[in-house]
Write a protein that binds this ligand. Structure first.
Ligand SMILES: [Fe+2]
Length: 573
């Protein structure tokens, strides 16, 4: 720890600096790019400590009529404007880089202009289309010179000349260009159907990941009736409830829940079994639709590389199914696939507009886009809680941490800059021993306090992934779920889901050398080169950002130890 301070190199002379703002109605974020390279990015929620940067309980999970939805949207906008949703993220970015608004060549965004911060008033700005920004966030950050690009979310911007909101879009990325091939509009939104099912099984908006986990417990009894709701069209698109995508023949948004109810017979208060079966059916139909769209996109583009973006891109089960189907050799999904990730798209689109001929393409190499905290900052944070903490400094902190984990401790792991996106990937993580189910139980009960049906993910070095998982492709952002090799599953019960799969994070030595050393040390001690890796946050809270956040969370739960840089912190007894 301590070789680097948190200020990314930003020279002020001939560099073109662009700022991207992400989020449209929730998950507000900001990202700064220098000549088309993202140097720092942060979600507002990490700083305000309010998950998704909005009060999710106020977000309606009703699917009302068009008029009701419009009224709700106006109320929501008023509420969000009052929150000033980019304020803390901008302060963080300016502080971390030393950049001032006057140095910014262009601000890119895709939200209502009334949400833009006053301090950016004098800066040239561009509003980009929501799905184009999603597409750019993945394709322009990918290593591919040519790729099919699939965007799927609940809903994006209104389609010009239509009453529909864009729901699924297909693009072809070639060089610097992104050409749209087609769009499907809501109410034909596969993301929207997933949202409706999520509401029906009793989860909040933006908790679709829980529905995906629950799906593994369900039966196939409603797969067929739900499949009949969707028509896969020959041109690669899809439609609900009609053989053509004719808007007049399908019901409006309120009917997604009615459609699901009609197809399944589920009432207002589904049983646990019905919830799991519904989750299963909607997961399977979603996979079918995405596979159809992705495979047809291959036919259209002839590309062997695929980029996915939009909240549906977080469906790591569907992502693996597309990859396993074989049309594509390579898949890239930017770690913040949902609306927060739009900041990367808008920052890069702004760079392409501000720089004549566009900047050279800069593939994203890691998710660690948060600022780095210095040794002094970490020591000062520990000092603020000194009476409660016992600390020890270690020359080989990885080996000592591996020893704690191997004896069954649950350890908070705070290193370097924070991860961009909803997954902790080894810098703001809670770690445990994957060999023992007791560690899952300890996490469920003492630390994360979460639903027991949700699995924990394994982090494994790239060179070892094949020993345990049926997955050749890398999965650096934990966005692929693949089968665990059945002969090895009994070795790692704490990270195997009920259906024998795992949501895998593959770790490469270059992008996170310290985490790789920890995995090596744990492997040397135990023979299993893998750790259970879950995000460093307490129930209902965003992932910790600062050393103070980490210490406060540590003190509020029954985690055994906290590692900040080289320092191991334990509770004073
Ligand atoms: Fe979106």
């Amino acid at each position: 720890m301590g070789e680097r301070i948190g200020r990314p190199e930003v020279q002020m002379s001939d560099e073109v600096i662009t700022l991207g703002l992400g989020g449209a109605t929730h998950d507000f974020t900001a990202a700064l790019a220098v000549n088309g390279r993202i140097v720092v990015a942060i979600a507002e929620e990490r700083l305000t400590r309010e998950k998704h940067a909005v009060d999710i309980a106020r977000m309606s999970s009703d699917f009302g009529t068009t008029a009701e939805l419009q009224r709700q949207a106006v109320d929501w906008l008023r509420y969000v404007i009052e929150k000033r949703p980019f304020e803390r993220a901008l302060e963080y970015i300016f502080d971390a880089t030393g950049v001032e608004p006057a140095k910014i060549a262009m601000v890119g965004h895709c939200c209502d202009p009334r949400l833009l911060p006053a301090e950016l008033a004098g800066v040239s700005r561009a509003r980009f289309n929501h799905h184009l920004a999603h597409a750019a966030s993945s394709y322009l950050a990918s290593p591919f010179p040519d790729a099919a690009v699939l965007v799927a979310d609940g809903a994006g911007d209104r389609i010009r000349g239509s009453a529909q909101l864009e729901a699924t879009s297909a693009y072809h990325g070639r060089g610097e260009a992104l050409d749209r091939l087609w769009r499907v509009g809501d109410p034909h939104s596969i993301g929207g159907l997933y949202e409706a099912a999520t509401a029906m099984v009793g989860f909040h908006p933006l908790e679709e990941g829980k529905t995906m986990a629950l799906a593994s417990f369900g039966s196939n009894r409603w797969y067929e009736p739900l499949s009949e709701l969707v028509t896969l069209l020959d041109d690669g698109r899809y439609a609900f409830g009609a053989e053509t995508a004719d808007i007049r023949r399908v019901p409006d948004r309120i009917s997604k829940i009615s459609l699901l109810r009609q197809a399944t017979g589920v009432g207002e208060r589904p049983t646990d079994e019905e919830k799991a079966d519904l989750a299963r059916a909607v997961q399977m139909v979603t996979e079918d639709v995405l596979l159809h769209v992705a495979n047809h996109l291959h036919t259209l583009t002839r590309s062997r590389s695929l980029c996915i973006a939009g909240g549906v891109g977080l469906n790591s089960v569907a992502n693996h199914r597309i990859l396993a189907d074989g049309r594509y050799d390579d898949l890239f999904i930017q770690p913040f696939a949902g609306d927060g990730g739009l900041a990367i798209g808008t920052a890069l689109l702004a760079a392409h507009r501000a720089i004549p001929g566009g900047p050279p393409r800069e593939p994203m190499r890691s998710a660690f886009l948060g600022r780095i905290y210095s040794d002094e900052e970490i020591l000062a944070a520990i000092g603020r809680h000194g009476e409660l903490l016992r600390t020890s400094d270690h020359a080989n902190v990885e080996r000592r941490t591996a020893e704690l984990l191997a004896r069954g401790d649950v350890v908070g792991w705070f290193q370097g800059g924070a991860e961009w996106g909803p997954r902790a990937l080894g810098n703001r993580s809670i770690l445990a021993d994957p060999r023992d189910l007791a560690s899952k139980r300890a996490l469920d009960a003492r630390v994360k306090v979460r639903e027991v049906f949700r699995p924990y993910a394994p982090a494994v070095l790239r060179e070892n992934q094949n020993l345990y998982f049926e997955l050749e492709h890398e999965s650096p952002y934990m966005l692929l779920v693949a089968p665990v090799r059945s002969e090895r599953a009994a070795e790692i019960p704490a990270v195997v889901h009920v259906d024998g799969t795992a949501r895998i994070q593959t770790v490469d030595r270059e992008s996170n050398p310290r985490f790789a050393r920890l995995l090596d040390a744990f492997g040397t001690l135990t023979g299993v080169p893998m750790l259970l890796n879950t995000s460093f946050n307490l129930h209902g809270e965003p992932i910790v950002e600062t050393p103070d956040d980490a210490i406060l969370s540590f003190l509020r739960c029954r985690m055994d130890a906290l590692v900040l840089g080289n320092i191991i912190v334990e509770r004073r007894e």
